[in-house]
Design a protein around this ligand. Structure first.
Ligand SMILES: C[S@@+](CC[C@H](N)C(=O)[O-])C[C@H]1O[C@@H](n2cnc3c(N)ncnc32)[C@H](O)[C@@H]1O
Length: 257
């Protein structure tokens, strides 16, 4: 199946989506001449910023989406390259000085096992930097799941229900401590986005969270899903212009002993 990630749809809110990336990047200490991995690198533009900021000799962006990687290819060069790989199977032969991931690990289940495995890919003294959305309890996401459980969508997806692997900030802090990170910074931050209207929330969620449902339905049925999602969600949101979309995210940074 063709990848459902669409760089144009995702980039509609480029500025809003990049703010947490730069907050996460600010936590990363440069590793001149070192090696960096960006898990779920997407279109690669931000990976290029990570490569510059970290002063690494080598940065590898990995992503499972062909369409995102096709876009990323334009940023390759001068020690930066991209590979098609699944984060769930990320087990490099040589550890990295920085393992970075912005807005991608929410797509991978079982975070205790995932963070444990990723930590094996961080060199002693190396850094882990991860940002994940923590907005599963916002009406935009609650409504998305509720509609997915309605017919005919539930049957079309074979009864699929989305599991949400993201845990609380303190859960990540405790996990990092158990995994042997000598230093850490974990925080929950609310990113307030002024969208033109409440309708824009649908476009936002469509570019990320809803891709999970989109890839499990025929196109015509997904259009029907969107119409129903709109019907359920909009009455729950303030009809103000601009609409203030409060989006919670967790920023996680640690340095191994
Ligand atoms: C929301 S985008 C974030 C992209 C980029 N990090 C950024 O900050 O703009 C999530 C990316 O994770 C990728 N992704 C999701 N699940 C993945 C997996 N299991 N393995 C590799 N990449 C994955 C998607 O293809 C997508 O490009």
């Amino acid at each position: 199946m063709a990848s459902i990630w669409n760089p144009q749809q995702y980039d509609k809110f480029r500025n809003e989506r990049s703010a947490p990336f730069y907050d996460l990047l600010a936590l990363v200490r440069p590793v001149p001449g070192g090696r960096v991995a960006d898990l779920g690198c997407g279109t690669g533009a931000l990976t290029a910023d990570l490569h510059r900021h970290s002063q690494a000799a080598e940065t590898i962006g990995i992503d499972s989406s062909e369409t995102m990687l096709a876009e990323a290819a334009g940023h390759a060069g001068e020690g930066l390259r991209f590979e098609q790989r699944d984060i769930a199977a990320f087990a490099p032969a040589r550890p990295f000085d920085v393992v970075f991931s912005n807005a991608a690990l929410q797509w991978v289940d079982a975070h205790e096992q995932l963070f444990t495995r990723i930590t094996h890919a961080v060199a002693p003294g190396g850094q882990l930097a991860v940002q994940v959305p923590a907005n599963a309890d916002h009406p935009s996401h609650v409504a998305a799941r509720a509609v997915a459980e309605e017919e005919p969508f539930a049957s079309a997806m074979g009864g699929y229900t989305r599991t949400w692997p993201v845990q609380s900030p303190e859960w990540y802090a405790e996990l990092l401590d158990r995994l042997g990170y000598a230093e850490q910074s974990v925080r929950l931050q609310v990113y307030g986005h002024h969208l033109p209207s409440r309708e824009a929330v649908i476009e936002w969620v469509r570019g990320t969270y809803l891709t999970d449902y989109q890839k499990r339905m025929p196109d015509a049925l997904f259009e029907q899903y969107l119409a129903r999602y709109r019907e359920v969600l909009l009455p729950q949101l303030d009809d103000r212009r601009p609409f203030f979309y409060a989006f919670k995210r967790i920023l996680i940074w640690g340095r191994r002993a």
